[in-house]
Design a protein around this ligand. Structure first.
Ligand code: HEC
Length: 157
């Protein structure tokens, strides 16, 4: 019995080592451009800091990669979040979005942040600083709504 257990443990260890060499997700790191939401909208520091700390790891071209993002299978899981997060919403490409798309994304930002679905709950235990307080959520909502009004005014003309 003990012997079998030892083989199983050895096998798990072996498998863990092997998976380190397969399918390493590519790390995203692009220079910041004028299309970045913070630069293109001239966002105030408080909102900018919230977006950077709580959202940019999955919704920008400048995610910060923690050390454990080098370790499979975590690396796959993290790579997946970043890939899907950026597909849906990339704050680095804000300036390239149409007015309609920006408006829709801001609506969803408010909705998901209020429901505490964003930032992804499973991201928070390792990123305590990304958790938004009620007060921060209110500020983010006010900002997003003001920006939606700007977009509406812009497109009326
Ligand atoms: C740990 C990664 C992660 C973080 C951090 C994160 N998101 Fe997301 N976000 C995702 C993923 C993955 C998706 C796409 C899949 C889904 O909807 O669950 C997504 C989807 C979204 C969508 C939906 C877009 C659409 O059109 O459907 C919005 C809006 C959004 N996130 C806003 C935010 C905001 C705002 C923050 C910061 C307060 C944030 N997210 C932080 C991973 C993340």
């Amino acid at each position: 019995m003990k012997k079998i257990l030892r083989y199983i443990l050895l096998f798990i260890l072996f498998a863990f080592v092997v998976i380190q060499f397969i399918n390493r997700p590519e790390k995203i790191s692009e220079p910041v451009t004028d299309n970045d939401i913070i630069l293109s909208l001239n966002i105030d520091d408080e909102i900018a800091a919230m977006l950077k700390t709580s959202c940019y790891d999955c919704h920008s071209d400048q995610p910060r990669y923690p050390w454990y993002s080098n370790v499979a299978p975590l690396s796959w899981w993290i790579g997946d979040h970043i890939e899907h997060g950026r597909d849906e919403l990339n704050f680095s490409l804000w300036g390239t979005y149409t007015a309609r798309r920006r408006d829709h994304k801001l609506e969803e930002v408010v909705e998901l942040v209020e429901k505490r679905e964003m930032p992804l709950p499973n991201y928070l235990p390792m990123h305590k600083d990304a958790e938004l307080s009620d007060e921060q959520i209110e500020k983010l909502r006010n900002w997003a709504n003001a920006e939606r009004a700007n977009i509406a005014a812009e497109t009326e003309n």
